[in-house]
Design a protein around this ligand. Structure first.
Ligand SMILES: Cc1cc2nc3c(=O)[nH]c(=O)nc-3n(C[C@H](O)[C@H](O)[C@H](O)COP(=O)(O)OP(=O)(O)OC[C@H]3O[C@@H](n4cnc5c(N)ncnc54)[C@H](O)[C@@H]3O)c2cc1C
Length: 571
């Protein structure tokens, strides 16, 4: 809305526009059954489901349009690692037949266009206020309603709040001394300008080699005069093998969409590829290598999830996969010194999100690309002319930050949520998040989180998890309405048990051994807790369905019971 306002002021004069703005804000202010925050995959579907179920619902979105991740992350090379076939909604069977599937992985412009088209088709834009960044979400104990305020002055009240703020939307940009004095341009991949960024003839510094850094590097190298990559952690990058899809394949998929979707919903990761059932330790060495080679040749998910049953649970098997990837890096990279720096040795394979790259390693063979290993040569400061590391000054015109996100909890904590008895969400989660099913938090009645901590969201093909959450929440709200309850809250015991279960499942794997964003390790001071649920989406769905069928055990329904239970701290 702000951007629209600025343009309108230029065209029509400030006075007229201020009046229009005030009227617009007043029109959208008011009391609703539910407020949904965010207009990505989750927020769009949540608003649609609630609206169709007869709830008065309002969506609020910080950006000036729909798309979420795909609205903000417009950097060159941005695309999805989930394959086109699976990275979409399943609830629009006619639309999925029409939507063209052209490349193996959908690029950012394609996904943004997809979500814009869905929003238009379902007439969702009228239900959202854009340019509204929520900074206060406060529960009124007496009225049992939430008051939601946004930075643009909009205030709404609602019985229910659903956060669809994204598990990977709160960007993290480390503070480097001197950054404000840099004479060139600085960009974050997570909030890339809408207009093309001129890179030709520029010397670019890229900080960060996670998924976004891996995607952007080859494009920067193609366009810029030079690129210097500042790498803190070498990654196990899997080749994407992006390609145009064979139209006959697409036709076959479309003919079988319903069955594929059905199977997808019960898979562990939201993609219906066969899970490996054999350990590497059961195979002769030659067979293991052949299997890894074949998975590497197919790329993407086939290497990520398609090798051995115990690749992220057995240290011995993990080492086999890690050695295989390091050997591939050695084969691809011309300069052995560069290859050595690129070989990951600080974490087990798969325990940090594995980037899926196109020409990532190959790009280091270009004469205009150089690599700085920050573990050996850390950044001391940013100067007006570039980046100074311990051993050298690197002159630059542009700095690109691909420095990740305060994952899962960041976007929730930035909402300024204050629950029952004036308790801040940050304080409730000071020792790590505590949720029931990743959907509700004790002490925060009628507040639902989509893909928050304790949810399988980020370890799946996310739209599949989002659809499950949205449908479950919509059915729960309808149930509460039908049974005359004015709300629900997670019981403390149920949340404790779920949170312990999330941790126990993680502890059966190697995931907690890595300094990853799954563990909150990329954010200074963040409690070190494994955040998502990795027991599998299919298992999680079954658990949620059983709970719904059983009348929602673990949730305290209705206001009087909430107060009583809360007073006794009971579950
Ligand atoms: C670069 C990148 C690549 C990815 N690749 C994949 C992939 O290959 N496969 C996959 O499954 N997932 C991938 N993801 C995860 C991706 O985030 C999800 O697939 C999906 O887009 C999440 O949708 P969402 O609606 O939950 O959240 P988002 O798309 O993040 O949308 C959240 C929205 O909430 C808004 N918001 C946040 N806080 C506020 C506030 N305070 N006030 C108002 N609005 C607010 C944001 O502006 C944003 O528009 C990727 C993420 C990134 C960043």
């Amino acid at each position: 809305m702000r951007r629209w306002f600025a343009t309108a002021v230029q065209r029509q004069g400030a006075e007229v526009c201020r009046t229009i703005w005030a009227v617009a804000i007043q029109t959208q202010a008011g009391d609703y059954d539910a407020v949904v925050i965010g207009a990505g995959f989750a927020g769009l579907y949540m608003v649609y489901r609630l609206r169709e179920a007869g709830f008065r619902v309002r969506g609020l979105e910080a950006g000036s349009g729909v798309g979420g991740t795909w609205y903000w992350n417009r950097y060159p090379g941005a695309r999805c690692d989930s394959e086109s076939m699976y990275y979409s909604y399943s609830f629009l069977p006619e639309f999925e037949q029409e939507w063209p599937l052209e490349q193996r992985y959908p690029t950012q412009p394609v996904i943004l266009r997809y979500l814009q088209t869905v929003a238009g088709r379902l007439d969702l834009l009228k239900d959202f206020t854009f340019g509204s960044r929520v900074d206060s979400v406060r529960f009124d104990d007496g009225a049992r309603r939430w008051t939601v305020r946004a930075g643009d002055g909009l205030t709404v009240t609602a019985r229910y709040v659903v956060t669809a703020t994204g598990a990977l939307s709160a960007a993290s940009r480390p503070r480097f001394e001197g950054a404000e004095d840099f004479a060139g341009q600085q960009y974050s991949t997570a909030s890339w300008p809408h207009e093309p960024v001129p890179l030709a003839g520029r010397r670019v510094g890229l900080i960060g080699t996670g998924s976004s850094g891996v995607q952007v590097l080859p494009e920067l190298a193609r366009q810029a005069e030079s690129v210097t990559v500042f790498q803190r952690t070498a990654q196990f990058v899997t080749p994407a093998r992006q390609e145009r899809l064979d139209p006959r394949m697409v036709e076959l998929w479309k003919a079988n969409y319903q069955e594929i979707r059905r199977r997808t919903k019960i898979t562990p990761g939201g993609i219906p590829i066969p899970s490996p059932i054999r350990s590497a330790l059961e195979m002769p060495a030659a067979e293991r290598t052949a299997l890894c080679e074949e998975a590497w040749r197919r790329g993407g998910i086939w290497f990520l999830d398609g090798t051995f049953s115990d690749a992220v649970t057995s240290p011995e098997v993990n080492a086999i996969v890690a050695d295989f990837v390091r050997s591939k890096i050695g084969e691809i990279i011309d300069d052995p010194v560069v290859a050595e720096k690129l070989k990951p040795r600080t974490h087990a394979w798969g325990t940090k999100r594995v980037p899926v790259g196109s020409d990532y390693y190959e790009t280091y063979n270009r004469p205009n690309v150089s690599l700085v290993d920050l573990r050996a040569d850390p950044i001391e400061r940013i100067t007006p002319a570039g980046i100074r590391t311990r051993s050298a000054e690197h002159p630059l015109d542009v700095i690109v930050y691909a420095t990740g996100f305060d994952a899962l909890t960041g976007s929730l904590e930035r909402l300024g949520v204050i629950g029952r008895d004036g308790v801040r969400l940050q304080d409730a989660w000071a020792g790590g998040p505590r949720t029931y099913l990743g959907l509700m938090v004790p002490g925060f009645p009628n507040l639902f989180t989509i893909t928050g901590p304790g949810s399988p969201g980020v370890v799946t093909n996310v739209p599949v998890a989002i659809e499950q959450h949205v449908e479950w929440i919509a059915e729960f709200l309808s149930y509460l309405r039908e049974h005359g309850h004015d709300g629900a809250e997670a019981a403390p015991d149920a949340a404790d048990q779920w949170t312990a279960h999330v941790r126990e499942v993680a502890d059966t794997t190697l995931y907690p051994t890595a300094d990853s964003w799954y563990m909150g390790a990329n954010i200074p001071g963040k409690p070190r807790v494994f955040l998502p649920y990795i027991g599998g989406l299919g298992v999680y769905r079954r658990r949620c369905d059983e709970i719904a069928a059983g009348g929602y055990p673990g949730f305290v329904l209705g206001s009087s019971v909430v107060a009583q239970e809360a007073a006794h701290g009971a579950g």
